[in-house]
Design a protein around this ligand. Structure first.
Ligand code: ADE
Length: 219
């Protein structure tokens, strides 16, 4: 899976991409992440990417030119097997769910993630080039960078080979196998800690009973 991240703050991604599962998955060549600095595509002599909104009001709006040029460039260079959807991260978008994450991981081999800022982007970019408007929750962040990281993380975990054991995401919260419910509680050693005991059934080796207990404790 190849992720193209279109942003005016590419530096924000450095730490995030260079740790843990994402670092390993990139090392193994299972995922690839390409950062594209939108500002570099601006034809303005000061590399401006925003302007005041027509009709007045507070805030600034991303101008269409740098976004059109950047998206067209990325699409023309990408050697994808099929379509590459353009996903615009915005609080007004459709709420991201695990089902949608699974769909992205299964259906595509490349994704374009467009990080917005200010009041938003010129509507003509959305009308012509955006396939999905996506929100990570009903609150407003200062930009689409953190939401883009959320999408990269959630989708990457489902790409075959990204996570060591295949089972580790089959039985996790919101998975189909668990009926889209939240996972059962987990316990590890010691069996008793500060007077709190691990449920008896989990200490024995009766797998059918353990399974029954786990199903019963899905939330
Ligand atoms: N940009 C700003 N806030 C956002 C949110 N909640 N989801 C997606 N993109 C955003």
């Amino acid at each position: 899976m190849k992720f193209h991240i279109l942003t005016i703050f590419p530096e924000m991604f450095k730490g995030f991409l260079n740790e843990s599962i994402l670092k390993k998955a990139q090392g193994k060549g299972v995922i690839e992440i390409k950062l594209h600095d939108i500002r570099k595509y601006s034809k303005d002599k000061h590399k401006k990417v925003d302007d005041t909104p027509y009709g007045g009001g507070a805030g600034m709006v991303f101008t269409p030119q740098p976004l059109f040029d950047c998206i067209e460039h990325v699409k023309s260079k990408a050697k994808a097997r099929g379509d590459i959807p353009v996903i615009y991260l915005t609080p007004g978008g459709k709420r991201l769910t695990q089902t949608q994450v699974e769909r992205f991981a299964k259906k595509y081999d490349q994704l374009i993630l467009l990080c917005g800022h200010y009041e938003g982007i010129d509507q003509r970019v959305i009308d012509s080039l955006v396939d999905v408007e996506l929100s990570i929750g009903d609150y407003v962040l200062s930009g689409g960078e953190v939401p883009a990281m959320v999408v990269v993380d959630a989708v990457s975990r489902l790409v075959p080979g990204a996570i060591g054991k295949e089972e580790s995401h089959q039985e996790e919260s919101f998975s189909k196998k668990l009926g889209r419910k939240k996972e059962y509680p987990h316990y590890t050693k010691p069996a008793e800690f500060r007077g709190m005991e691990v449920p008896e059934v989990l200490l024995g080796g009766n797998h059918a009973e353990i399974e029954r207990w786990r199903r019963k404790h899905l939330r």
